[in-house]
Design a protein around this ligand. Structure first.
Ligand code: SAM
Length: 342
């Protein structure tokens, strides 16, 4: 390494390139290149381009970039998937991130294009990215079947990656019933009944979501332990349960709305019952975890919410009688906060 190369601002250069690398991943995923290469020997760029229906010169450059980024392997025989591409980038695996990648390309990318306005105005940018803004972000997501399906597939894919750690961060075997508020496709619910075979889980979500869940259901032996109930958690009665779960829900909302929701949970939660939050918990100084701090910008561009620190979650919970709060940092994308009501 020459003297001048050693002084290059490599971190900054890498960040300047970050969006190009993201887009290369997104486009290869949209074109289903990783599905195409699954279970196949190495393929030449020209054959991939012919199969996918793209230009040879463009496809070759995309494949080379993906190989250099470590997403594909390139040999003299051609391109093949890496092990992690087979697990995470093909569209049908248990831990596939395909749904979240497509959501990132089609939904988050246009929103992040308006990050500057979001920072100047301090508000979400749906109108700039997509031409309109409803009074609540989920109305924006659920106005069309296509956008709703894409959002649910994204939540499903990211939830399956975190579900095992959410389910096992604490021993939940004392609870007989749980209600996953805003539980979406039931990905966490199905993991919970695998880990705790005696547990019954009710997934509670908006009617538009519940009407669309059948596509995401597994056919395992514990499937009958998961039931779906539709309703609005700000307005309707909440199902009875020993354990109330809010996973990636509080970060969508400002404090005022969280107080409405937590007061409803507190009213139905009997002594000995509990509330479990799954969120990216920030450190108190908000300086350590770029994934979580970037997620807070992601909340800025599309919601009225934000990521919060453990101290902030504790303060919100304590106002509703949830006092003995325990926080587990998992090392996964979600951390867990458990509080048994006294
Ligand atoms: N819990 C899932 C997870 O961790 O992947 C999904 C999280 S997603 C960010 C938020 C969920 O809250 C969505 O499924 C959404 O439909 C649901 N939701 C939003 N507003 C709601 C309301 N008023 N009543 C019930 N569910 C609601």
């Amino acid at each position: 390494v020459s003297q001048s190369a050693a002084k290059l601002p490599s971190k900054i250069l890498e960040l300047m390139d970050g969006f190009r690398a993201s887009k290369a991943l997104f486009v290869a995923s949209k074109l289903k290149i990783f599905d195409h290469l699954k279970d196949k020997g190495p393929m030449k760029a020209v054959d991939i381009a012919n199969d996918v229906g793209t230009s040879v010169c463009g496809t070759e450059r995309l494949l080379d970039a993906c190989a250099a980024l470590g997403l594909l392997e390139k040999t003299l025989q051609g391109y093949s998937n890496t092990d992690s591409a087979n697990i995470y980038l093909t569209s049908d695996g248990k831990y596939s991130l395909h749904g979240y990648i497509i959501h990132s390309n089609d939904h988050l990318w246009p929103l992040f294009t308006n990050l500057e306005s979001a920072v100047k105005e301090g508000s979400r940018q749906n109108h700039r990215a997509f031409g309109k803004k409803a009074d609540d972000l989920f109305k924006d997501y659920y106005h069309s079947q296509e956008v709703k399906q894409r959002f649910m597939a994204a939540m499903h894919s990211i939830a399956r990656l975190t579900a095992r750690d959410v389910a096992t961060a604490f021993d939940l075997s004392q609870f007989k019933s749980a209600c996953d508020l805003g539980g979406c496709t039931g990905a966490l619910a199905h993991e919970l009944v695998q880990v705790y075979p005696d547990l019954k889980v009710t997934v509670f979500d908006l009617p538009e979501v519940i009407a669309n869940t059948s596509y995401f259901q597994p056919s395992g032996q514990h499937a009958a332990s998961v039931t779906f109930v539709s309703g609005d958690f700000f307005k309707d009665n909440l199902p009875e349960a020993d354990l109330y779960i809010l996973s990636r829900v509080l970060h969508d909302w400002p404090d005022e709305k969280i107080h409405v929701l937590l007061s409803k949970v507190s009213a139905v939660c009997r002594p000995g019952c509990a509330i479990l939050l799954a969120e990216m918990v920030l450190d108190d100084e908000k300086k350590n975890r770029s994934t979580a701090l970037l997620q807070s910008l992601n909340m800025l561009v599309q919601t009225e919410g934000k990521e919060r620190s453990g101290t902030e979650y504790r303060a919100l919970l304590e106002q509703h009688g949830f006092t003995n709060v325990t926080i587990r940092i998992t090392g996964n994308l979600l951390d867990i906060i458990l509080c048994v009501k006294m």
